[in-house]
Design a binder for this molecule. Sequence first.
Ligand code: FES
Length: 73
Amino acid sequence: MTTINANKPKPADNKKDIICHCSGTTEQQIIAYIESGCDSVDKLSRMTGATTGCGACENKVQEILEGYLRKSE
Ligand code: FES
């Protein structure tokens, strides 16, 4: 079972890093949740709100997740 850290990452310091404009979720926030145990787009969506609006960021969130998991293999 995956443990997810319930502590939310700090708000974005730099708006250019925003991946999801609907929720204001940044790449740093997504990575922080991946490091805390979120291992799917669905879990990242529930924790950050990313992909839950227009859905335009879904591929980018998937790319960040896959890139991070590939790097940590
Ligand atoms: S940009 Fe992420 S749901 Fe709209």
